[in-house]
Ligand binder design. Structure first.
Ligand SMILES: Cc1cc2nc3c(=O)[nH]c(=O)nc-3n(C[C@H](O)[C@H](O)[C@H](O)COP(=O)(O)OP(=O)(O)OC[C@H]3O[C@@H](n4cnc5c(N)ncnc54)[C@H](O)[C@@H]3O)c2cc1C
Length: 402
């Protein structure tokens, strides 16, 4: 029998359980991986779906929570600045131009960190996530491109603590980062860098299969996909061809239950707690969108500046009417015939919201949908679970009564 000395942290006494065997958030679990480790000890406070605490954690991570008098901060969170950027020489096979992988490689090469939490894919399935602690640039590059599935990135947290690592970079999406921030002080690190991506509408591996089969003409050859700023889903296939399907032509009825309940209840699209966020939705087509939240984020971005071209963010159009109209259409599961969807896609691409206004369009559409989902499925959680900034965003629209 092992005896536990009094100075062993409490969480290390938690019993090791079979991965996936305990899910305190039940159907709202986003499989972030925390509960596959002894950090399950902190789950009640740490889980994004059991204890929404974005404002409190923002204050710890960035020195302040977002300014609710500033509409830009409702949307994009605490930020020092935003920009559009792209690698001058994109990394082949990256999701976009590979800015995320580039930053991680630079940090390892310069010895700023000893390891990088990221997610490769399993050897036999390109979309099956396999979280790792990468210790070389090659291992980071093997994690490039999105695994568009719920990924238990935090399942490697015990390995981090046991390795004795003191300087770590974690790459992840909002729900993973919220739990990570909540247990950060327990990891024994001297410095944690957090590089986040926005995230929305994630799925289980089975859900992904259904999405691909319902939406793509060649589901087995899809290498990656993205919901693009031109209001189309772009599927990239093995032979390099791009298949484009207009958002408005998606089979809403069939796809309604494909997204994970955690994602339908999420209000942290823009990864509020990362030091630096790299996405695409606030940038012109083909560019990546960067949000620097604090000095640590600026330090990370500065490492790769010479490899990037950048431009200021811009914003045009007005999203509000399109969002308002989409609310009842989504609720009723309306699907347009493909010719009408294509036509609508062309029109909206020409006159619709662009740049930051496109990002607001996407945030508004998802937050109103998610607010209605939580109200319908977990009315008892609605008030605490929806952060104040999200309530203000949703409050701009007329919602159906029940
Ligand atoms: C599920 C998902 C949904 C997204 N939705 C949006 C969106 O709606 N709007 C937007 O602007 N941006 C979104 N992004 C971010 C965007 O697609 C790109 O990932 C980002 O711009 C970085 O591109 P890159 O070429 O620099 O990344 P790369 O250099 O290709 O690196 C990608 C990194 O993402 C990490 N990663 C891959 N899959 C996952 C996962 N499932 N969970 C956690 N980490 C993962 C890998 O570890 C890798 O380090 C999403 C990302 C994910 C993972």
């Amino acid at each position: 029998m092992t005896s536990v000395t009094p100075d062993v942290p409490k969480h290390q006494k938690a019993k090791a359980l079979k991965p996936g065997s305990r899910r305190p958030a039940k159907e709202l679990c986003s499989e972030c991986g925390l509960c596959d480790t002894y950090y399950i000890h902190y789950v009640k406070e740490a889980c994004a779906f059991l204890n929404q605490q974005i404002a409190e954690l923002e204050a710890i991570a960035h020195g302040r929570s977002r300014d609710l008098d500033n509409e830009d901060e409702w949307y994009f969170g605490v930020s020092q600045n935003m920009m559009a950027a792209r690698r001058i020489e994109p990394i082949p096979g990256a999701q976009w131009t590979g800015i995320v992988s580039t930053i991680a490689c630079e940090m390892l090469e310069r010895g700023l960190v000893e390891g990088v939490v990221c997610v490769q894919n399993s050897p036999d399935d390109r979309f099956q996530p396999m979280p790792v602690i990468a210790r070389t640039p090659e291992e980071v590059l093997a994690a490039r491109v999105n695994k568009p599935t719920l990924s238990p990135n935090l399942s490697i947290l015990e390995q981090v603590e046991r390795s004795g690592m003191k300087r770590l970079l974690a790459i992840g999406v909002g729900c993973q980062i919220q739990a990570l921030r909540a247990v950060q002080a327990e990891l024994g690190l001297e410095k944690l860098y957090v590089l986040g991506t926005p995230c929305v509408d994630n799925v289980t591996r089975e859900g992904l299969q259904k999405f691909l089969e319902t939406t793509s003409q060649s589901p087995d050859t899809v290498v990656h996909y993205e919901f693009m700023q031109d209001f189309r889903v772009h599927f990239k296939h093995e032979d390099g061809s791009i298949e484009k399907v207009p958002f408005f032509g998606l089979n809403t009825k069939k796809l309604k239950d494909v997204f994970a309940p955690s994602c339908l209840s999420c209000f942290d699209y823009v990864n509020s707690l990362a030091d630096l966020v790299v996405g695409y939705m606030g940038a012109p087509f083909g560019w990546q969108w960067i949000v620097v939240r604090n000095d640590t984020g600026r330090e990370m971005l500065d490492l790769v500046r010479p490899l990037l071209e950048t431009q200021a963010v811009s914003s045009s159009g007005d999203r509000r009417q399109a969002v308002q109209q989409s609310i009842p259409a989504y609720e009723k599961g309306v699907t347009l015939p493909m010719w009408a969807a294509k036509l609508m896609g062309v029109v909206i691409e020409r006159i619709g919201p662009k740049g930051l206004e496109y990002a607001r369009f996407s945030i508004d559409s998802h937050f109103t949908r998610n607010y209605l989902y939580v109200r319908r499925t977990h009315p008892e959680k609605l008030d605490d679970h929806v952060p104040e900034f999200a309530k203000r965003i949703v409050g701009q629209y007329q919602l159906p009564d029940s």
